[in-house]
Write a protein that binds this ligand. Structure first.
Ligand code: G3P
Ligand code: MG
Length: 255
């Protein structure tokens, strides 16, 4: 059992993999993150029309592939036809959409940590995604290397219903800033962390999160000098497209 292994947050987490240098949310982006010395990645997960969980950010495929249309209108065979790398650079033209299972195998191989964001798209039932994803995560990774986050409270509640022990499944509430109900939400979820937009973060909000005993992460920052005061406010980890930029800009930010 992994139940005794607690989570130690890294200082930096590679957003959608090393998305500054490789096409976001692909195996190539996670290989690039690993090669750059990143120990944790943030990735987004959704379901194809046939239910397959895949690593993808948008509701549609247009921005990050050579195709168009909605993800939920594709089955796995159709999704595999897409070139999901050329939009970024011709060097990635052979890249194909990663299933969650393929991505988990790579993360396990590299011994990396994963912050998986449950991305609930318009018209999707959050419970179906969570029921497809969370058991796979729990089987693949120890609690010390897994942090599941979402903007969607129903998705997080569903995850907590699947694994009720907060030490076996760490949950992070994503929000651009603290809402009126944030404390009730994190208490209900027995959340581990709150993940806020770094540009909107105020010291008082950081204090409130830390005083509540929760861990505080910020997304998505790529300017270490601008970010700097936030470490003093109690931010523990930054989600960045290019984490190596931060190495050397804060004590301990080497991974
Ligand atoms: O998990 C932090 C961040 O990824 C949330 O926003 O749109 O980049 O998924 P987004
Ligand atoms: Mg995300």
């Amino acid at each position: 059992s992994h139940s005794g292994m607690s989570l130690t947050l890294p200082r930096t987490i590679a957003h959608r993999g090393l998305s500054a240098h490789a096409p976001e949310n692909t195996l190539a982006a996670v290989r690039a993150a690993h090669a750059a010395g990143c120990r944790w990645v943030e990735l987004d997960v959704q379901q194809l029309g046939d239910g397959t969980p895949v690593i993808w950010h948008d509701a549609g495929v247009r921005r990050c592939s050579n195709g168009r249309g909605k993800l939920r209108h594709l089955d796995l065979a159709q999704a595999r036809q897409l070139d999901v790398g050329s939009w970024f650079s011709p060097a990635f033209r052979h890249e194909r959409m990663a299933t969650l299972d393929e991505m988990l195998a790579l993360i396990v191989e590299y011994d990396m940590g994963l912050n998986l964001e449950l991305k609930i798209s318009y018209r999707h039932r959050p419970t179906a995604l969570v029921e497809a994803v969370v058991p796979r995560l729990l089987a693949a990774l120890p609690p010390s290397r897994l942090l599941v986050s979402s903007f969607d409270r129903v998705a997080l509640r569903t995850a907590r219903d699947i694994e009720s022990d907060p030490h076996r499944l760490h949950l992070g509430l994503l929000s651009d800033k603290l809402t009126k109900d944030w404390r009730a939400d994190v208490d209900t979820l027995r959340a581990y962390s709150v993940h806020l937009d770094w540009r909107k973060l105020k010291p008082a909000a950081a204090d409130a999160v830390r005083s509540a005993g929760l861990h505080l992460l910020c997304y998505t920052a790529n300017d270490p000098a601008m970010f700097l005061p936030r470490w003093e406010w109690g931010v523990e980890a930054v989600i960045s497209d290019d984490p190596p930029l931060f190495h050397g800009h804060v004590a301990g930010a080497t991974s």
